[in-house]
Ligand binder design. Structure first.
Ligand code: ZN
Length: 142
């Protein structure tokens, strides 16, 4: 069952809504692909938080550490923006394929990355930091 932005916003507390209104100018990189709305919201950290709302599944996620509120202010800000200015959300770019490494299939590259993740977490943490600091980073990965 799909949800409207209004229905999802009903989960936001009035305090979260107030804060989200102040963030309207910080909702960047807005895209919409069918029922899936994505944005980057500049918060207190240097790298913007990544927001994804799937109106089809009534799910949402944000890379911020807020696990207290049912909906964080970044998701709330993105929903408010999608209500107020839906035309400012660009059609999402087509998903990029994984790089072809030595002629490997995508599944092989994914398997390699899983192995690295399991056996060398420090490498992954280091890479995640590099990616987070790269403000031009635009990979479609959540
Ligand atoms: Zn958030």
């Amino acid at each position: 069952m799909s949800a409207s932005p209004e229905e999802l916003l009903a989960h936001a507390s009035s305090k979260v809504r107030e804060r989200a209104l102040l963030l309207q100018g910080s909702v960047q990189a807005r895209t919409r692909d069918g029922n899936v709305v994505r944005a980057r919201v500049q918060g207190s950290r240097r790298a913007p938080y990544r927001v994804m709302v799937d109106l089809g599944r009534s799910t949402r996620s944000c890379s911020c550490p807020d696990d207290y509120n049912a909906i964080c202010k970044h998701v709330c800000a993105t929903l408010l923006m999608s209500q107020a200015s839906p035309e400012t959300f660009d059609p999402a770019p087509a998903p990029r394929r994984l790089p072809n490494v030595q002629g490997w299939a995508d599944a092989d590259v994914e398997h390699l990355l899983e192995r690295v993740l399991q056996n060398h977490p420090a490498v992954v943490r280091d890479w995640a930091r590099v990616v987070a600091e790269d403000e031009g980073f635009d990979e479609d990965e959540w």
